[in-house]
Design a protein around this ligand. Structure first.
Ligand code: F6R
Length: 369
């Protein structure tokens, strides 16, 4: 049942190429035209919405955070991301022109279910992105887009996260298609790049030993920081969350640009810092700013562990350790850059002799508020 691995978590990390491929399967025709028939929502209604609110908790909320960058860029619709449990208690502005998207692996997270019910009372259209067929959240939503990650057994989410990002991107492309915001050829190109992602994840998995040896060498670490910018920012937060929940290590993810506004005071001799570097082929200024951030923390004594694209020669000089991810579009990078961070947390927890599938104090689905 664990497919030859020691834990479900390892198996599920290795299921990720399939999770992404299955979530993409059968959604578009040969010309790249998306047909999300299962949505059960009138395309005209989707055309008329003027804002999107994405509600989720934990790892699913980081998927939402990634989705915001893509959907706003492709569709030019404002996207707010909010933790489900915060949303409901602050008199949020939602109405019939709002599409409320919930993201939940289990479909049973009480905080998200209650937020969904609240949004419905306010007259919002609701769409669930969910991994569990027939669970409460999709059942109570107007529309549903299933992720096809397969059952996720380990408490900490991995493959569901990649499938959620994939599904939100399909939604973003579909909305862009409906609203005429992207040419069909552009959508086709992005879908083709997404179709290449599973093989690229596989390439990362084949080099997992580079990450596992680092994790073993760091097993006595008590604090790790993660930095990222743009879509790398939620990846940094997810890397930190995995490490907290699996290895019980204090970890924090920051937006790299925020460093000088406070967190840089945390850096002293030997502080480990992971940096998720955007593609040098994307927006040049963004890449060079993150490289400067590596320099800044390194100059203050940090140990710098860098996730960078193949061929990015700018990072080598300031990095103690570099893990290379294959080239892809900037917006697709989270689907690759999070994988070494998952492997790191899992291997470090393993090195500490912890139960990676069932971390202390946590439950797979949080059915209380
Ligand atoms: C983290 C993790 C949790 C869940 C969160 C939401 O590894 O598993 O943070 O992501 O509890 O759960 P779902 O997606 O089932 O609503």
């Amino acid at each position: 049942e664990k497919g030859g691995f020691d834990s479900f978590m390892e198996k599920e990390i290795h299921d990720q190429p399939q999770a992404v491929a299955d979530t993409l399967l059968g959604r578009a025709d040969a010309s790249g035209r998306l047909e999300l028939d299962e949505l059960r929502i009138d395309p005209q209604e989707l055309k008329d919405i003027s804002k999107i609110v994405v509600l989720a908790c934990g790892t699913s909320a980081y998927a939402a955070h990634v989705a915001k960058y893509a959907i706003e860029h492709w569709c030019r619709i404002p996207v707010d991301v909010e933790l489900s449990h915060e949303f409901r208690y602050r008199d949020p502005i939602v109405g019939p022109d709002t599409l409320v998207v919930t993201i939940s692996q289990s479909g049973e997270t009480m905080d998200t279910l209650m937020a969904l019910r609240y949004a419905k009372e306010q007259g919002a259209r609701t769409l669930a992105i969910c991994n569990t067929n027939g669970s409460s959240i999709p059942r109570e939503s107007d529309a549903v887009l299933y992720t096809h990650a397969g059952p996720e057994i380990a408490v900490a989410s991995t493959k569901a996260f990649l499938a959620q990002i994939t599904a939100t991107y399909l939604l973003g492309l579909y909305l862009a298609q409906l609203r005429g915001k992207l040419f069909q050829g552009e959508i086709k190109d992005i879908l083709a790049d997404m179709a290449d992602i599973p093989a690229k994840i596989q390439d990362i998995l084949e080099r997992k030993d580079e990450v596992i040896s680092l994790a073993h060498a760091m097993k006595d670490t008590t604090s790790v920081l993660f930095l990222g910018r743009h879509v790398g920012f939620p990846v940094a937060m997810e890397g930190a969350l995995k490490l907290k929940e699996l290895a019980y290590i204090h970890a924090e993810g920051f937006a790299a640009g925020e460093l000088k506004h406070g967190p840089i005071a945390l850096i002293d001799e030997g502080q480990p810092v992971f940096v998720v570097v955007p593609s040098p082929r994307g927006r040049h200024s963004m890449h060079s700013k993150v490289v400067s951030n590596i320099q800044e923390v390194r100059a203050r004594g940090a140990r710098t562990m860098v996730i960078a694209e193949e061929g990015d020669t700018a990072v080598g000089e300031f990095a103690e350790w570099v893990f290379r991810v294959p080239e892809t579009k900037t917006l697709l990078m989270p689907l690759l850059s999070v994988v070494p961070l998952q492997i790191f947390a899992c291997a470090l927890a393993g090195a500490k002799g912890l139960n990676v599938d069932q971390p202390r104090n946590l439950a797979k689905s949080v059915t209380v508020e």
